[in-house]
Design a protein around this ligand. Structure first.
Ligand code: NAD
Length: 282
């Protein structure tokens, strides 16, 4: 029977360490503050912002939310980003995804000062990531690696299959895992016969957003399964993996909730502190 990889507990432990670092910064008059720009009224975004706020409050980080209307123009978004770039009290800026269709996300991301890019999405930070420079860590990918490290699950020489090629999960995770000498395949919505790849994976990561996408036949005996997906089914939060059927077959599996979610939020807070310290030469 597989073991659960407890992300919640690890996130709490790491948050406690961060809290001590933050109180030290505050005693020196430095307040870690980051801004979330939320455009429109996506209900999941609202929930994620609330979850982040709870963790930020607990650690002593200030999260400031800029709530913008669904009809927000590109130009005034860029003006806001410019203003936050120049504000010395602001150490981190992120745009909550998704954004409405009139917003050119890439242009907006290019506007964010890379020194304040907590999400690691500006072109220069994405470039740094792919050349192995950990200037700022992409939160979910960093959370996945923290969990694997905690349970001493090695990546060197392993076959890793990641399902999902987004800029916030699949691609940055592939970069970090390649750096750790894993052999990484990225599957996506146009991949035919997912199982042909997944059943050879030593470590399988699903980051799609389809409940029950991963069934037992798709998973190798004793594999490690990381479920990044978040789905609402019958008023319950579930991942992409059919955990009940798959847990007996694998060595380790993340629960949803309580797996990668809490570590993503905690990793984001680590980045806020990292950027705050760097800016203040600490
Ligand atoms: P996204 O929509 O940007 O990307 C989804 C990816 O899945 C795409 O690359 C797409 O090609 C692929 N895909 C879609 N259908 C597929 C199929 N049938 N077979 C194979 N691949 C398929 O989403 P995202 O922002 O990367 O998020 C993915 C999931 O992870 C969502 O459920 C999201 O809520 C969740 N998420 C969780 C965390 C966390 O902290 N746990 C963080 C970020 C995202």
């Amino acid at each position: 029977m597989g073991q659960f990889l407890d992300g919640k507990n690890l996130a709490d432990e790491r948050a406690a360490i961060l809290k001590t670092q933050v109180s030290k910064l505050k005693s020196q008059g430095i307040v870690p503050l980051f801004c979330v720009i939320n455009i429109g009224d996506d209900p999941s975004s609202k929930l994620y912002i609330k979850t982040k706020k709870r963790r930020a409050d607990e650690i002593g980080i200030v999260q400031k939310v800029y709530q913008l209307p669904k009809t927000q123009s590109q130009q005034s978004l860029l003006t806001l980003i410019d203003r936050l770039n120049q504000d010395k009290k602001v150490y981190g800026i992120m745009i909550q995804l998704p954004v409405p269709p009139q917003i050119n996300l890439n242009e907006a991301l290019e506007h964010i000062d890379p020194e304040k890019d907590v999400d690691c999405l500006t072109p220069s930070n994405v470039g740094r990531l792919w050349r192995g420079d950990h200037y700022v860590e992409p939160a979910t990918a960093h959370g996945v690696l923290a969990l694997l490290d905690h349970y001493q699950i090695k990546l060197h020489g392993k076959k890793v299959v990641i399902i999902g090629r987004s800029s916030i999960v699949g691609k940055p995770l592939a970069a970090l895992m390649l750096e750790r000498d894993a052999t990484v395949s990225i599957l996506h919505s146009k991949t035919k016969q997912l199982a042909e790849y997944t059943k050879n994976a030593d470590i399988l990561v699903s980051a799609v957003g389809h409940a029950n996408l991963i069934t037992p036949e798709m998973v190798k005996e004793n594999a490690v399964v990381i479920d990044v997906g978040i789905n609402r089914v019958n008023n319950q939060t579930v991942g992409d993996v059919n955990t009940v059927l798959i847990k007996p077959k694998v060595s380790f599996i993340t629960p949803v909730p309580g797996g990668i979610g809490p570590l993503t939020v905690e990793s984001l807070m680590e980045q806020v502190v990292k950027l705050t310290r760097r800016k203040n030469g600490r």
